[in-house]
Design a protein. Structure first.
Length: 138
């Protein structure tokens, strides 16, 4: 492993720790029964807060899946290589997005061709796909 690989591993592991801390926060939250409120506005606020927390939790879960995927690739010495063309992913791209799965050229091509996107919006919409033959959602 090169010094740069160690740096990227630290970035991934630090982000993983932060995401796990964030998940622990959401697991510790308890909610009041929406129907128990005396006032309709209170019930609406409670419902909004619950929906917002759920959306944030799902986003964290999806981000955590991407980080775990990158860490598995590090363990198998496949990290830093494009999952489409097999070419190395530029170090600057990996520093900015340590869980990048595609080189910039392939990512642009995927976006142009209308392939499932990999950004945060794709995760929110559940459109993130793995690179295996079964095309399973990660």
């Amino acid at each position: 492993m090169t010094r740069d690989d160690a740096r990227l591993r630290r970035l991934l592991e630090e982000e993983r720790r932060q995401l796990l801390n964030d998940m622990a926060h959401f697991q510790a939250i308890t909610y009041d029964d929406i129907t128990a409120g005396n006032h309709l506005a209170d019930s609406g606020t409670t419902a909004y807060d619950q929906a917002s927390d759920l959306a944030l939790r799902r986003q964290i879960e999806r981000r955590l899946q991407r980080i775990e995927h990158a860490l598995k690739k590090l363990a198998t010495n496949t990290y830093g290589y494009c999952e489409n063309c097999g070419e190395p992913i530029d170090f600057a791209r990996l520093k900015a997005l340590p869980d990048a799965r595609f080189c910039l050229r392939c990512q642009r091509q995927r976006e142009t061709d209308g392939a499932p996107m990999l950004g945060p919006r794709a995760f929110e919409e559940g459109r993130f796909h793995s690179h295996n033959e079964k095309d399973e959602t990660i």
